[in-house]
Ligand binder design. Structure first.
Ligand code: ADP
Length: 392
């Protein structure tokens, strides 16, 4: 199938007129993002929050117009009101008045994921009780994204932060293997699933429900609804941070997730080679496009640490991610060596931060977790930080 071009979508949106101003959504500068992938189109409309719900028919008109294009399989338009949104008020957390006495709290705000972002329709996926949702992403597969996600989550927990881990990599769920989970999640009421607890983390993965070796073909809308269910229909309870292991790459599943989930930020995992090949930059660009702050870059397989003699070899030209992070103006969170222990522990269900908490590798992950938490809990960041819109 021929890929749908952004300019073709733009041309169609030029025919969608906002009756209040008489201008097309393009002419009015409302369209802040268009992403297309294998027949699926995602459009971001940046709107005046004062007009809010009155713009719902216009949002639907955009979807309908794009859906009518011959090669389009699905079209989703999301309204965001980022530019003029005031900082989130320090509202008390909803729920049961339960408080964790074991962990640091984000300074200055007890707010949940209060919305600087408002979306149209029922687009936004809220997870009540969860203060911060962060995405762990990579430009492509095989760079150690899942290994980093699980050890980062364990590192947060080790820092006293109440943490959950959602394996959103529905194309290749790895949490059953990495956490050694064989049982199926239970449900007390037949509606909500109980997360599976491992090493002090509340976890959920599509791999707990569907066998890991079952080939699955997911189309855009199915991806969204699977992810939505894993966020909404799981009893996450009260969490400081929910770490989401994203599907690799920067396609429509990732974009939808980044748009619909109120993410406090994203961590990009990259290898030294990958940084050179700009895959990681694509990940960065995607989050910037949807105004999700990038908390920083982790360089994985940064250098080779010989398990026998401890000698360090910089086989991939280590250090590229730090330079790249500087160049792109995002924090560098740390480097993790290529080491056999990291692979064997994560492949047999005992990730290194849980099984060898005092090892140098575990400390490296904990330091990264500390840097992430520091950013999330900074006083100016109550819940979702003030986003910056970057026009693409
Ligand atoms: P991704 O999620 O990016 O596809 P994974 O986390 O599944 O990647 O990692 C791919 C493979 O590389 C796994 O077998 C994992 O154990 C291994 N791996 C990841 N990071 C490291 C590391 N720092 N040192 C050694 N092996 C690693």
């Amino acid at each position: 199938m021929a890929e749908i071009s952004e300019s073709a979508v733009r041309r169609v949106l030029e025919t969608v007129i906002d009756p209040t101003t008489g201008k097309s959504v393009i002419a009015a500068g409302m369209v802040s993002g268009i992403a297309t992938r294998a027949g699926h189109v995602a459009i971001t409309l940046d709107v005046d929050p004062a007009r809010g719900a009155t713009l719902e028919p216009l949002r639907q008109a955009c979807e309908q117009a794009v859906r009518a294009m011959p090669e389009v399989l699905s079209a989703t338009a999301v309204m965001t009101a980022e530019r003029a949104a005031p900082p989130p008020p320090p509202t008390p957390r909803g729920g049961h008045g339960h408080s964790h006495d074991h962990g640091p709290r984000p300074g200055g705000s007890a707010g949940g994921q209060p919305g600087a972002k408002t979306t149209g329709g029922n687009s936004r996926i809220d997870v009540p009780g969860v203060k911060h949702i962060i995405a762990v992403a990579s430009g492509k597969g095989g760079v150690g994204k899942s290994t980093t996600a699980v050890n980062l989550a364990l590192g947060l927990a080790a820092n006293g932060v109440a943490t959950g881990l959602l394996d959103a990599d529905i194309y290749g769920p790895s949490m059953p293997r990495m956490l050694g989970v064989k049982e199926k999640p239970e449900s007390a009421d037949g509606k909500m699933l109980k997360p599976i607890e491992r090493h002090g983390l509340r976890t959920m993965s599509i791999g707990y429900i569907v066998a890991e070796d079952t080939p699955m073909i997911w189309r855009g809308p199915m991806v969204s609804s699977a992810l939505e269910q894993m966020l909404r229909d799981v009893q996450w309870g009260e969490l400081d941070v929910l770490v989401v292991d994203m599907p690799p790459g920067t396609g429509d599943a990732q974009l939808t997730l980044a748009q619909r989930v109120p993410l406090s930020g994203a961590v990009i995992v990259s290898t030294p080679q990958d940084i050179a090949l700009i895959d990681a930059r694509k990940g960065l660009a995607m989050f910037r496009k949807v105004a999700v702050p990038v908390l920083g870059i982790v360089e994985n397989m940064s250098y080779f640490l010989c398990p026998k003699c401890g000698e360090r070899s910089e086989i991939f030209g280590h250090g590229g991610a730090r330079e790249e992070a500087d160049k792109l103006g995002v924090p560098f969170l740390g480097e993790i060596p290529l080491h056999l222990d990291i692979r064997t522990t994560s492949d047999n269900g005992t990730p290194i931060v849980a099984s060898q908490p005092d090892s140098a590798h575990a400390k490296a992950y904990k330091n990264i977790a500390g840097r992430v938490w520091k950013q999330l809990s900074a006083p100016q960041r109550g819940g979702r930080p003030a986003p910056k819109i970057v026009m693409s």
